[in-house]
Design a protein around this ligand. Structure first.
Ligand code: BEZ
Length: 399
């Protein structure tokens, strides 16, 4: 076969044009990817089943509410969600968090509710360098001995609400208290915080009762409370367990004779189910249903319209986790791996939260007001400030 010179020249020109086009396409693609970072992969590790299921859902709702307000993007990166149900089970926590870190390769972890699960998340976050924002679990160690540049909390430490309530009860002149809680980090540390301020204020904890998480067989322990005849009881329970405890306490006839106090989780997100058994209870927490500020009213209205539910403290903490993420990533042009820059930005920030403005301590825990609340008409009504601008002591943190 003979090929003319003309044909050869045409084919050569075609090959050259094709090569140039391929090179141009590759260049355009690489310029585009340099200008537009990929999606921001957010790993939500929360309880969607079990006694804390409603808490996990409220945190996710709150987080999504703020991301929606930002147009679905944080620092210009479209948010893509990856979800794992942690079941509030510490024995599955390391495997679960690795699904998000190793399999899904998320940029940031948001989780969780249960202190024991959160400690496993903090360990994995520290080892892998993945940014972690804890939207509930109060484990003192997370912003104490385990603190790290890339680990933050939008909620509280277990020490904080316990300490705030101890101050209130000591000031009321209460002298003898029995404590009752679940035997795990959140219960133990809430009681420790309570005891620290209550005993400093002149009170005595005469008995510390507990049962394994998430047990709800309270009868034997209620009999012990009745026999001890303290002036009052201090407790930490949350979610489904808190509903059952408050109802059992009232049904046992103790509510009238031995006043019940708690960290505010006892009555947050639980009032519909607790009914009149919760009426009149005093608790301390960093949120209340009746703050009445412009900021909180707007948050509550949008939440109620979007989810057909009333928000609670968990929804606020999820919302603020998204606010903190946006503040941090705006300082790094969306790069979640720059922990030192994120830490510096959050260290300077005041978070405009529905709970009221708060700042972030050097150990990365909120410094915030704790409200004294009383239950009335299915609301946790603010009746005063239990402890203003309370900062966790961050014992063991070396940041
Ligand atoms: C915790 O395990 O830290 C926790 C769980 C529910 C409410 C508050 C704290």
């Amino acid at each position: 076969m003979t090929i003319s010179l003309n044909t050869l020249a045409r084919r050569g020109a075609q090959v050259l044009a094709l090569t140039a086009l391929t090179a141009l396409t590759a260049l355009a693609a690489s310029m585009a990817s340099a200008q537009t970072p990929g999606k921001l992969k957010v790993g939500l590790m929360l309880p969607y089943t079990g006694t804390f299921a409603s808490l996990g859902n409220a945190i996710e709702n709150g987080f999504r509410q703020h991301v929606t307000e930002l147009g679905g993007k944080i620092s210009g990166r479209e948010v893509e969600y990856f979800k794992v149900d942690d079941e509030s089970d510490p024995s599955k926590a390391t495997d679960n968090v690795n699904k998000l870190i190793k399999r899904d390769q998320v940029d940031v972890l948001i989780g969780t509710v249960h202190s024991g699960v959160a400690m496993a998340m903090a360990k994995a976050a520290k080892e892998s360098g993945t940014l972690l924002i804890v939207p509930n679990a109060g484990a003192d160690a997370v912003t104490g001995a385990m603190c790290a540049q890339n680990i933050f909390r939008s909620s509280f430490s277990n020490w904080q609400p316990g300490y705030a309530m101890g101050e209130v009860m000591a000031k009321k002149g209460i002298k003898k208290v029995v404590t009752i809680t679940w035997k795990y980090a959140a219960g133990d540390e809430s009681v420790r915080g309570f005891k620290e301020s209550f005993e400093k204020g002149g009170g005595t904890v005469v008995k510390e009762l507990s049962l394994p998480f998430p047990g709800v067989e309270f009868q034997g322990l209620l009999t012990e409370i009745a026999a001890a005849k303290p002036d009052a009881v201090f407790t930490f329970f949350a979610g489904g367990g808190a509903v059952k405890f408050v109802k059992d306490y009232a049904a046992a006839g103790l509510k009238k004779s031995i006043p019940l106090y708690g960290s505010g989780f006892l009555t947050d997100g639980t009032l519909d189910a607790q009914g009149e058994a919760a009426d009149g209870l005093f608790t301390a927490l960093h949120y209340a249903d009746s703050l009445g500020t412009k900021r909180d009213n707007a948050f509550r209205l949008t939440y109620a319209k979007t989810y057909k539910l009333q928000p609670d403290v968990y929804a606020v903490q999820g919302y603020d986790a998204a606010q903190m993420l946006a503040i941090g990533l705006n300082a790094t042009k969306g790069d979640a791996s720059k922990a030192a820059e994120i830490s510096a930005a959050l260290g300077k920030a005041t978070i405009d939260s529905p709970r009221g403005p708060f700042t972030i301590s050097k150990a990365h825990n909120p410094v915030q007001d704790f409200y004294l609340r009383q239950v009335g008409a299915k609301e946790n009504k603010k009746v005063g400030i239990a402890s203003a601008k309370l900062e966790d002591p961050a014992r063991g943190c070396k940041l």
